[in-house]
Write a protein that binds this ligand. Structure first.
Ligand SMILES: [Mg+2]
Length: 115
């Protein structure tokens, strides 16, 4: 499988989980890519290393003259992922329907809310 991971609001929300998940997926032979609309590759690589998140590919924008969700949708589409973890609903809604997407939710007073 090809797996796409967002960082902010996704990996940052549960870094230990994504460290475990990314290693388990890679050990089992799956392709893991991190897709983020961040500017600094080196700082992002350092942060992911601190979390212990592993990946084959880290995809960042080369230019910043676009709308974030549009860029991420295109970046994920190029990746052709089977499964995506992403906290922006606009991104998830723009992906092909066969992509299985997981969106973090917060829980307040027993009700689930998009966070
Ligand atoms: Mg995010």
């Amino acid at each position: 499988m090809r797996i796409g991971l967002d960082i902010d609001g996704t990996i940052t929300r549960a870094p230990e989980f994504f460290a475990f998940l990314s290693k388990a997926l890679m050990d089992a032979g799956h392709q893991v890519a991190v897709v983020t609309h961040r500017m600094d590759r080196r700082l992002t690589e350092e942060e992911l290393a601190e979390y212990g998140v592993q990946y084959h590919e880290l995809i960042l924008p080369e230019e910043f003259d676009h709308e974030i969700a549009e860029w991420k949708i295109e970046a994920f589409k190029k990746l052709q992922p089977d499964v995506v973890f992403e906290d922006m609903l606009d991104v998830v809604n723009g992906l092909p329907k066969m992509v299985v997407s997981f969106v973090p939710l917060s829980q307040k007073h027993g009700d689930l809310h998009y966070a």
